[in-house]
Design a protein around this ligand. Sequence first.
Ligand code: GUN
Ligand code: ZN
Length: 435
Amino acid sequence: MAVTGYRGEWLSVPLDPAVAGAAAIRHEPDGLVLVEDGIVVARGPYEVLAPTLARDMAVTRLPGLLVPGFVDAHVHYPQIDRIAAHGEQLLEWLTRHIFPAEAAFADRGHADAVAAFFLDELLRHGTTSALAFATVHAASVDALFEAALARNMRIVSGKVLMDQGPDTLRDDVASGRTDTEALIARWRGRGRLGYAVSPRFALTSSDAQLRDAGNILADHPNVLLHTHLAENDGELAAVAARFRHAADYLDVYDRFGLVGSRSVFAHGIHLGTRELARMTACGSGIAFCPSSNLFLGSGLFDLERVAGHGVRVGLGSDVGAGTSLSLLATMGEAYKVGQMRGASLDPFRALHLATAGGAALLGLADRIGALEPGQEADFVQLDAAATPLLARRTAGLPLAERLFALQVLSDDRTVRSTWVAGRLAHDRDRPRTPT
Ligand code: GUN
Ligand code: ZN
């Protein structure tokens, strides 16, 4: 297939700047990325690569700032219609707002419609990959994967295991296993999809189901484990009351074989030193979800402490508890949480968390997140003049300040275009008319 070139200001942050310093940042103010069959085959300054190009090669100029497609390390697609639900902390919010919304996914037609809307919204916000919760219904995963396959997006998901959930939303150990095995057999390895064994959290599964989830994980070396951990005070109290013999919350999962290098835990706000050391030793990761943590009053994630222990961290929107699908806006919320903790998050580090950091959490660091040669060509064209205020605030600013303004002031308008494996998937100025 033909090679296509994309010329513009390219920025990626393959490594954590808090560890690697300036070497973490890759920036070409006038750069060229060459793409063949959806894969980046070369990247460098335009003046260096231009003389090597075939005379008739197509080069597209993309004004603005070009960054890797965002990786949402934790989001719930069935909750998109319950974003901004008033008045509760986690456990009551689940009961009052979320479980009724998820029960509607027993209807496959509903799941198809929401999955299509959700993925198109991700693309409008520059997100090309996500680790997403579905619902307890196997067909909710079929709906999401079918829609993701049609858009060639990198989506990792799985049927929620919750045999202790409400009556309207409950499986059992046997059906949980059968459905999970069938979904893995049906979907793993197709397109750019991946599977995650997904017990909702410790409180909604029996011991037997948590044990079975550990067995499924052990049987399938290529799937992830995706669940919630140490998020909110009410949850912590209920977990401590039920699992009296566990050393702490992480130990609950550990006893069932759920803590390992393929485990992604959402939140991890309230963790002790033992838990952080154990996560580091096992290579587990945390999805930091700042807008959700503020919205539900869950607490202030301590990035310095967690990353200082060597725990891997990515960034999650956690919609519907999160308040925006924009990972740029989520980077802005992460900055504010950092300020409350006395640490001002560097914008390049924030971009790393939202791209390569999340990719590493999903076990996809070799494929996505940094636009290195050999990686898939998922990228986003950002417009620092998307609104009159942004244009005024960013005019003439150097890169770090421009990126920070984008981080604090962004919404979907900032994303001028989104490219999935080298193909235009969203164009802000030429929106597709819904069919
Ligand atoms: N813990 C268990 N389920 C959920 C959920 O749907 N959202 C959040 N934020 N936390 C959870
Ligand atoms: Zn969540």
